[in-house]
Design a protein around this ligand. Structure first.
Ligand code: IMP
Ligand code: MG
Length: 180
């Protein structure tokens, strides 16, 4: 079972739900009367996106992007490849990039710069998890769910080698799972 590979639960389903509700309430206030377009960076943010969008009471459009920066390892290569671009024109939109985790920041830094070139009205970042210890790019999220320690985490959308995304909570993987 998946849970046999988990060293400890970092964030339970209840904690995630409570924090996502708070973020949704805050975003509903901040984006009232704006043209909110939530941009989810697949695949890691899919679970967070699905919960967060339903916690927002203001109108919101959604769109998806696929980038790859990681391969199957646990360290960022710094190389970002756009696998699927957005479908919606960004002119006049208030973009909220929804991410699973801000780690080195290399991926989001690249994406933010690319989207800024398309003249949106505004652009902000909402990340479920922030791992500031590993930051390389000069980038901060505008909305952070939780600040986490420098440990490799999985679940609630986050993977190791495409596994564990469907765990309903966020856990720390046993090191032996990825060091063998
Ligand atoms: P960055 O470019 O280093 O900020 O990498 C961000 C991406 O790396 C995230 O969207 C995740 O897909 C992946 N990532 C970084 N840290 C973790 C982790 O602890 N668990 C799972 N994926 C991670
Ligand atoms: Mg990943």
């Amino acid at each position: 079972m998946m849970k046999d590979d988990i060293k400890k639960v970092l964030l339970s389903e209840e904690e995630l739900h409570a924090r996502v509700s708070e973020l949704g309430a805050q975003l509903s206030r901040d984006y009232a009367g704006k043209n909110l377009l939530m941009v989810s960076v697949l695949k890691g943010s899919v679970v967070f996106m699905a919960d967060l969008m339903r916690a927002i009471s203001e109108p919101a459009e959604i769109d998806f992007m696929v980038v790859s920066s990681y391969g199957s390892g646990v360290k960022s290569s710094g190389v970002v490849k756009i696998v699927k671009d957005l479908d919606i024109n960004l002119q006049g939109k208030d973009i909220l990039i929804v991410e699973d985790i801000l780690d080195s920041g290399m991926t989001l830094d690249y994406i933010k710069g690319m989207l800024l070139d398309r003249n949106p009205s505004s652009i902000r970042i909402c990340t479920l998890l922030d791992k500031p210890a590993r930051r390389k790019a000069d980038l901060q999220a505008d909305y952070v769910g939780f600040t986490v320690p420098d440990e490799f985490v999985v679940g609630y959308g986050l993977d190791y080698d495409e596994r564990y995304r469907n765990l309903p909570y966020i856990g720390v993987l046993k090191p032996e799972v990825y060091s063998v």
